[in-house]
Design a protein around this ligand. Structure first.
Ligand SMILES: *Cc1c(COP(=O)(O)O)cnc(C)c1O
Length: 337
């Protein structure tokens, strides 16, 4: 099977497993797990931020960050397609008691003037606007990337209005590699950043949330309350360390593979409109003789798994378990559909 359903389907490679097997571990609730401490320090250093906290999932990292930045009754501004809003089980309401003001963005990205307009006035009838959450790359925008200058403008609005700024960076390294950016530029701007280790980076489990020391102290307390205080989880953190050392630059290969598949799809009668493909995610409309469901089945008959994300849209995600050979085979299958 060639699995394009998500970059979460990757399995640890022998090298990663070796690193996990050899991990030095301790009780992380007591801050005594050397592998976890190393992973947190590595990422904090990369982004020029003070500290990091290893979490069980990207959802947990995001939810902890939102909880730390807000009080019940506050309002969070984000794009209406944000993962924090549509794919975290209503967690903003459940965990933080906040409401969301979802904005109609451009491929999952919002801009500074939209944020300005969305801020509630200081009026007792209104929820207190407290946090802006961005997503880079934007999953439901087809892996679209923000311009750093646009993020900077949003930051200025946040500073002027006393709002915190969080980044759901589940696939931030895809953006950094695609745009050849310096991670420290993100560290300079955001109050908190969550990074997934279990997407394109290829680790089996884990995410790290980054911020200043005061934020991370608070986040550590919230993580415990959420039931995320793990003990010898350094075996998992070791996979993350391996991923940071070996699997970042290679994301460019996934982006090239995505472009090769895009070229093949563009020649087909069944391919309707497609989101611009900047990174490792391809989202396209299906038209003509197939529906999203029947095309998904056709692919499956050819040992290829793709995901129908709506009745008319298919998503294909490139990752490190999709080899050059598999890409060529997929292109040959597409040509015959
Ligand atoms: C995958 C993902 C997350 C986190 O998901 P988990 O499955 O909880 O690790 C967060 N944000 C985005 C944009 C994602 O794609």
């Amino acid at each position: 099977m060639i699995d394009f359903r998500s970059d979460t389907f990757t399995k640890p490679t022998p090298g990663m497993l070796q690193m996990m097997f050899r991990a030095e571990v301790g009780d992380d609730v007591f801050n005594e797990d050397p592998a976890i401490n190393k992973l947190q320090a590595m990422l904090a250093e990369k982004f020029g931020m003070e500290a990091g906290l290893f979490c069980a999932s990207g959802t947990m990292s995001n939810q902890i960050a939102i909880k730390c930045h807000t009080q019940p009754g506050d309002e969070v501004i984000c794009d209406k397609l944000s993962h924090v809003y549509i794919y975290e089980g209503g967690g903003i309401a459940f965990n933080s008691g906040c409401q969301v003001k979802p904005l109609e963005g451009n491929l999952g990205r919002i801009n500074a003037s939209q944020v300005t307009e969305a801020i509630n006035p200081n009026d007792i009838h209104k929820a207190k606007t407290q946090l802006v959450s961005l997503e880079n790359t934007a999953n439901r925008g087809g892996g679209s990337c923000y311009e750093l200058s646009d993020i900077q403008q949003i930051k200025e609005v946040c500073l002027k209005n006393n709002l915190k700024l969080h980044l759901d960076g589940a696939r931030l390294f895809n953006a950094i590699v695609a745009r050849e950016e310096d991670p420290k530029e993100y560290g300079n701007i955001f109050d908190s950043i969550s990074i997934c280790l279990s997407k394109g980076l290829g680790a089996p489990v884990g995410s790290v949330v980054l911020g200043n020391k005061e934020f991370i102290d608070k986040a550590r307390r919230v993580r415990k309350i959420f039931g995320g205080g793990m003990r010898q989880a350094g075996y998992l953190a070791a996979a993350g360390i391996y991923a940071l050392e070996n699997n970042i630059e290679r994301l460019a290969l996934d982006h090239r593979h995505a472009q090769q598949i895009v070229s093949a799809l563009k020649g087909k009668e069944f391919t309707g409109s497609m989101f611009p493909v900047e990174t490792n995610i391809i989202i396209f409309e299906v038209k003509g003789k197939y529906s999203a469901k029947s095309l998904t089945e056709k692919f499956k008959e050819n040992d290829i798994l793709v995901m129908a994300i709506s009745p008319t849209q298919i998503r294909m995600v490139l990752h490190l378990d999709v080899t050059e050979e598999m890409v060529q085979k997929t292109i040959a299958v597409i040509e015959n559909l």
